[in-house]
Design a protein around this ligand. Structure first.
Ligand code: URA
Length: 235
């Protein structure tokens, strides 16, 4: 990989700025001052350093965000703030994207990465990756709803959902539930409740596969996945 691409990718500035760094003799490759930005380097095998500090090359990033309401799960939008707008420039320059979508008003776990392979695996309908949601429902959720969801319900467009596991945490005029589904149809949780005549008034994703929302993250905050989280997500 070209030296300027590596340094630029790792957040050392634009290609022009990287050129300046080389002019300042700030960059070394295996201890030798680098002079040519187009020099090809192997960032794993070779020691590339800037001002004496080794550059650790990373191709992919994996971020867990506690998505806040009011922000959309997209990379860009003309009107609304996106989850990518919440990233700092270092993470944004990896050009990551959200893995699947949460509605604008939905909160909770959102994985953001630039790893297309992992994204494909997590979103592929064949993999049946379970997603757990917490929701507040306007209306009393009943055993009949648990039954209906366990068989799958028909959405308003005629689509029959796969079975979902509904747990009632609190039943009353406003109910609280947890629902596990293995699909990701548009507005799926909201539409499943609509199919039994109820309305979701608050929705939060708690987990996706083995990845659980870190409740230490405030709304809008994010962090890199730990190695353990990443390995279990990949396995
Ligand atoms: N189901 C929904 O209805 N909305 C979401 O954001 C996610 C799942």
């Amino acid at each position: 990989m070209r030296l300027d691409k590596l340094l630029s990718n790792m957040g050392y500035g634009s290609r022009k700025e990287v050129k300046q760094l080389l002019k300042m003799k700030a960059v070394t490759v295996d201890g030798e001052v680098a002079k040519d930005v187009s020099k090809h380097v192997d960032p794993v095998k070779q020691n590339v350093s800037v001002l004496g500090e080794r550059v650790h090359y990373q191709e992919f990033i994996y971020l867990m965000m506690h998505k806040p309401p009011g922000v959309i799960s997209a990379t860009e939008d003309l009107h609304d703030q996106t989850v990518i707008d919440l990233l700092d420039p270092f993470h944004a320059h990896f050009e990551p994207f959200p893995v699947g979508r949460l509605d604008k008003d939905t909160e909770g776990l959102l994985l953001i990465t630039n790893d297309g392979g992992l994204t494909h695996n997590l979103l592929s309908p064949k993999k049946h990756v379970p997603k757990v949601y917490y929701a507040k429902i306007d209306g009393e959720v009943t055993e009949a709803d648990i039954e209906a969801f366990s068989r799958g319900v028909m959405l308003e467009d005629g689509y029959m959902t796969k079975p979902g596991e509904l747990v009632i945490l609190n039943a009353g005029p406003t109910s609280e539930i947890e629902l596990t589904i293995s699909e990701g149809k548009f507005h799926q949780v909201k539409r499943m409740f609509e199919s039994v005549g109820k309305k979701v008034t608050y929705l939060k994703r708690l987990s996706m596969g083995s990845l659980q929302l870190d409740e230490q993250l405030e709304l809008g905050e994010y962090r890199e996945l730990t190695e353990e989280e990443l390995n279990s997500l990949k396995s």
